[in-house]
Design a protein around this ligand. Structure first.
Ligand SMILES: [Zn+2]
Length: 178
């Protein structure tokens, strides 16, 4: 059963490219140009998420996808983790810091995806030519995205504890509002 694969939103694509400095995500390669690849294949996850996207050079991408090659999913996941300077391997098992950072990234990423839908809704609503149907569709997109973003808050709170949460919320909003 074929399900059509939506395009990766341009803002998400940009984040993935910036994370890799617009160069191949394998540090010893760093070639250009790059493509966007899924760490866990699209066919399995059926969604585009920042944490699952990585930017490899086309030849490296082909190696990712070669089931007989030495580059397995675990290796690719490690390349992805290494891209975040805050998340070196050494942190992985130390006092849950990796969990904290991952929860932070997830929360921030979700809010960053929500914000443009809210902005778009406001724009559509203010346009006289917008049909009632179009306004409702855009409102519902924004509401869905916000609910999805808020879904990450519980994980974030349990990873960080109550104290830091309010300070961090301000920082996150500051960043996503850029
Ligand atoms: Zn490469």
């Amino acid at each position: 059963m074929a399900t059509s694969r939506p395009k990766i939103p341009s803002e998400l694509r940009r984040r993935v490219l910036i994370e890799a400095g617009h160069r191949c995500a394998i540090p010893t390669c760093k070639s250009t140009p790059v493509e966007i690849a899924h760490v866990i294949p699209w066919a399995k996850v059926r969604k585009h998420e920042f944490k699952n996207l990585i930017a490899p050079y086309p030849t490296c991408h082909a190696r990712f996808d070669d089931p007989h090659g030495p580059m397995d999913r675990k290796a690719i996941r490690q390349y992805k983790a290494n891209l975040n300077p805050l998340l070196p391997i050494s942190l992985a098992n130390r006092n849950g810091q990796a969990n904290m950072l991952a929860a932070y990234q997830e929360l921030r990423g979700r809010f960053a995806e929500w914000l443009p839908t809210e902005v778009e809704y406001a724009a559509i609503k203010s346009r006289r030519s917008s049909s009632r149907e179009k306004i409702e569709k855009s409102r519902s997109d924004a509401v869905d995205k916000l609910a999805w973003a808020i879904g990450a808050v519980a994980d974030f709170q349990s990873a960080w504890g109550e104290a830091e949460v309010s300070d961090l919320a301000v920082v996150i909003f500051y960043h996503v509002a850029d």
